[in-house]
Design a protein around this ligand. Structure first.
Ligand code: PAF
Length: 296
């Protein structure tokens, strides 16, 4: 695995591969990698000839009250995970490489960035869309891999790639969970024993609602009730919503199209998000089918 820190070195490394017609996969990350990232890298390695992983803690997606300086970091562990998962290139740019002095051009996502997390993290998806567009331009991947756990992010990025005619297929990989259901997240490292136990309320509710949906329940009200009842165990719920996966608008009546049940909640001072996809037809169960560019 090659480690590069500048855009020039990255381009020099990838140019011959592209010229040989090799398929390039890309996994953008902010580091402190876990098996969820491992799954993205492995899937890329299985489907592409070379896999680029970037680690860049992106300042423009953190709000003023969000503590970027304390975002967890462990480069040595990250490098080992990338190696084990078969990454070919690790891109580790400095902030000044991505945002040189004078930087002032951003990607402004539209309505898809407004609901759910967008309501509570103003500017977050503008920062995500901007850095991902820039990284796509640097890597020029054929395929880029994102985790379903950041569901709204996948919808915003897919839309952005389509709107800006970026020639990349955005692949969404299902959330990896601990045996007890907790979705893997770099933020889980902030949870002490009590908080970790209470964090399970999120997945408990979502997975119970999904089980009810799979058993035939189609009422949005009932599914939301099922997902809400264990949430008494968290400190505060930012949102629990059932939305259409295409436009992120709330579903009120029966769930007759592919929906995402999404939650964001605080356990202590740690903000956690999670979601499950509810697909009336098994054919739509993969987000890659239901969010296909043609239907977006
Ligand atoms: O999901 C993340 O880790 C980040 O939002 C991303 C996509 C790497 C952009 O900074």
């Amino acid at each position: 695995m090659r480690v590069v820190r500048t855009i020039a070195d990255l381009r020099a490394l990838l140019r011959p591969l592209r010229e040989e017609g090799k398929r390039i996969g890309f996994v953008p990350t902010m580091g402190f990698l876990h098996e969820g990232h491992g799954a993205l890298i492995r899937q890329s390695a299985a489907r592409c000839d070379a896999t680029v992983v970037s680690i860049f803690v992106n300042p423009t997606q953190f709000g003023p009250a969000e503590d970027m300086a304390n975002y967890p970091r462990d480069l040595e562990r990250d490098q080992n995970l990338c190696l084990e998962a078969d990454a070919s290139v690790l891109f580790l740019p400095e902030v000044s490489e991505i945002y040189p002095t004078g930087f002032q051009t951003h990607v402004e996502p539209g309505r898809l960035a407004e609901p759910l997390c967008g309501r509570f993290r103003p500017g977050h998806f503008r920062g995500v869309a901007t850095v991902v567009a820039k990284l796509f331009n640097m890597v020029q991947p054929d395929l880029a891999f994102f985790g379903q756990k950041d569901f709204q992010q996948t919808v915003v990025i897919r839309r952005m790639a389509r709107d800006l005619n970026l020639p990349v297929d955005v692949v969404v990989v299902p959330t990896i969970r601990e045996a007890d259901g907790l979705a893997l997240s770099s933020r889980n490292t902030y949870l002490d024993e009590d908080a970790r136990r209470r964090a399970l309320c999120l997945s408990e509710g979502l997975l119970a609602a999904k089980a009810a949906f799979d058993a035939g329940e189609r009422s949005a009200v009932k599914l939301l009730e099922i997902a809400r009842s264990p949430l008494a165990g968290v400190d505060s719920v930012q949102y629990l919503e059932l939305v259409d996966v295409q436009n992120l608008e709330p579903i009120q009546g029966p769930v007759d199209r592919t929906a995402a049940l999404c939650v964001a909640a605080y356990v202590g001072s740690t903000r956690l998000i999670d979601n499950v996809v509810l697909a009336p037809s098994a054919l739509d169960a993969s987000l890659n089918m239901s969010l296909s560019p043609q239907s977006a």
